[in-house]
Design a protein around this ligand. Structure first.
Ligand code: PLP
Length: 424
């Protein structure tokens, strides 16, 4: 058998062919009218993709660069900040804030779970300057409830800024930055927007821009005020990753085009984003149904993210076996657990350029691995596929939007967050 390599990893994710072509053709200088037209277009598209009226800044860095920019631009040494963490990326906030001299309070939840809103309430101090969190914790496959935290700050009329690493939250869950009052929302290129690593982007509220003027941690390359000033003229402060910006424009065209109509053949980014979210939610739910039908356990059953599904193999089986077998036999690249979760879980991504066909194929390959390496009692080929097929056939197109939030609130519509959805 030949093998076609396919990524099922939560960043980098599979590349959109149209974005690859745009990248190859992007032979332009960054101080020209051509580039200014491209940059201005992509910045406007990104606003629509994020769904915000706030200015969006693009940086030439991986996602962590934007996380660092949020810390360095918004804090001063000695500032008290609160980090909400339940995995490796939450821990990155703590490390970054400490690196910039902040006094860090931490609310943590065990890996595989989300934190309780009451614990956050208890940890929030009058002098807390910034709250840092993830929308989705990619290392454990958990979704956090961003609007509940935003509401908590609003209810207290609290001056703390809310900074959300939505690097795998964007394009996989409903996020309404402006209505909820999120101050900084961060995305990355190698995730839901289907292009290679190398760009990060941040949407920044007026309050956050004001805070930057008063904060005095050192910053130079990642000075967001400088980028904002240049962006107004269609340029970036330094040489940008021109090819990736061209790719991003093509990818956002594609996402908008998913919602094309006869009257509007170019589509619409807000609608296209919703379809992308629904796509991730659907294939995540198919995957959850399938792995359970194959005798495995979800690592994050109560608040599963649509970005990636983390799966615990049967007792005594190293998750690395699944990673290795899928790659060597079928060319399918999934990820192991990170850090101390290595060997305990494997992760399958759903964000970005994945569809029904990819998902069914991966579940089929997973059945082959289970059959050969650790078949459960009563194993039969097709059990995982049947569960996924049924879920797909019975799922309503608005299932994610209609689902109730895990935090129990009814005044906001986080997509999905309904633990029983797709697992029964
Ligand atoms: C991928 C990812 C990041 C960024 O990692 P980089 O390697 O710097 O791009 C940050 N947060 C989350 C939740 C992620 O999934």
């Amino acid at each position: 058998m030949i093998r076609k390599t396919r990524l099922f990893t939560p960043g980098p994710t599979p590349l959109l062919p149209a974005a690859q072509f745009a990248m190859a053709a992007a032979d332009i200088h960054h101080r020209t009218a051509e580039f200014r037209a491209l940059y201005t277009k992509v910045l406007a598209q990104l606003k629509d993709f994020v769904g915000t009226k706030n200015d969006v800044i693009i940086l030439s860095s991986s996602g962590t660069g934007a996380m660092e920019a949020a810390v360095s631009n918004l804090t001063s040494p000695g500032d008290r900040v609160l980090v909400l963490t339940a995995g490796k990326f939450g821990e990155r906030w703590t490390a970054l804030a400490k690196a910039f001299g902040c006094a860090v309070d931490v609310v943590s939840a065990p890996y595989g779970q989300t934190f309780s809103i009451d614990a956050v309430k208890a940890a929030l101090k009058l002098e807390t300057r910034v709250v840092f969190m993830q929308a989705s914790e990619t290392s454990t496959g958990v979704r956090h409830c961003v609007p509940a935290i935003a509401q908590l700050l609003k209810d207290q009329n609290h001056e703390a800024l809310l900074v959300v690493d939505a690097i795998t939250g964007l394009g996989t869950s409903h996020l309404d930055m402006d209505a909820w009052g999120v101050d900084v929302l961060i995305g990355g290129s190698q995730k839901a927007v289907m292009i290679p690593p190398g760009l990060s982007y941040l949407a920044v509220s007026d309050q956050a821009w004001d805070r930057m003027e008063a904060s005095y941690n050192p910053r130079y390359y990642f000075d967001l005020r400088k980028e904002r000033k240049n962006a107004k003229n269609g340029e970036s402060a330094y040489t940008p990753a021109v090819a990736l910006i061209a790719a991003l424009g093509a990818a956002l065209d594609y996402i908008a085009g998913q919602a094309a109509t006869a009257e509007n053949p170019a589509g619409n980014l807000a609608e296209g984003r919703k379809m992308l979210v629904e796509n991730a939610e659907t294939i995540a739910a198919m995957t959850r149904a399938a792995v359970q039908a194959l005798g495995m356990t979800l690592f994050a059953p109560d608040a599963p993210a649509a970005a990636a599904t983390a799966v615990i193999p049967p007792a005594g089986v190293d998750s690395g076996v699944v990673v290795k077998e899928l790659k060597s036999r079928f060319g399918a690249i999934i990820t192991n657990g990170q850090g101390e979760m290595k060997g305990q879980i494997f992760r399958i991504a759903h964000l970005g350029f994945f569809d029904y066909m990819d998902t069914i194929a991966l579940i089929g390959a997973l059945e082959q691995v289970v059959a050969k390496s650790f078949p459960p009692a009563g194993f039969a080929f097709g059990n995982g596929l049947i569960a996924a097929q049924k879920l797909y056939a019975e799922r309503s197109p608005t299932a994610a939007a209609d689902a109730k939030c895990i935090c129990g609130r009814t005044d906001h519509a986080c997509s999905l967050q309904n633990p029983s959805f797709g697992t029964k």
